[in-house]
Design a protein around this ligand. Structure first.
Ligand code: SF4
Length: 120
């Protein structure tokens, strides 16, 4: 005849070593941090998804978009370098000696753009 062993039936002969208790607390804290990090990552993904949707629509309907190049913004070299560093080389393009946003590639820029102007 088998007998079920439940936690209530177990009695520890010795207290867990302090190191084991601390290790368990650290693991539990790590698990909590991973859970909250997952939530932040999910929120960032949601934000990127919405930015892409809205950015693409604004890019396609903005009168400042000239064949995929934004004519609404100009970038000094130091700004262009910073944008390239953060968004990648394809985010900027040279048009007639002026550095501008390549919105064909970086259409998410349009999502946050305050000078959007719809085509009429
Ligand atoms: S929405 Fe802004 S960034 Fe996009 S094309 Fe228009 S002016 Fe340029």
């Amino acid at each position: 005849m088998s007998q079920n062993v439940s936690e209530a039936n177990l009695l520890a002969e010795f207290m867990p070593h302090q190191n084991v208790v601390e290790l368990r607390q650290k693991i539990e804290e790590l698990i909590r941090n991973i859970d909250s990090l997952s939530s932040v990552v999910q929120q960032a993904k949601n934000f990127a998804y919405i930015s892409n949707l809205i950015g693409r629509w604004k890019m396609l309907t903005c009168k400042m978009n000239s064949n995929g190049v934004c004519m609404g913004w100009k970038m000094p070299k130091e700004v262009a370098d910073e944008v390239k560093k953060n968004l990648g080389d394809s985010a900027v393009i040279d048009r007639d000696g002026i550095t501008r946003f390549n919105v064909n590639s970086a259409f998410y820029v349009c999502a946050l753009c305050p000078i959007y102007s719809p085509r009429t």
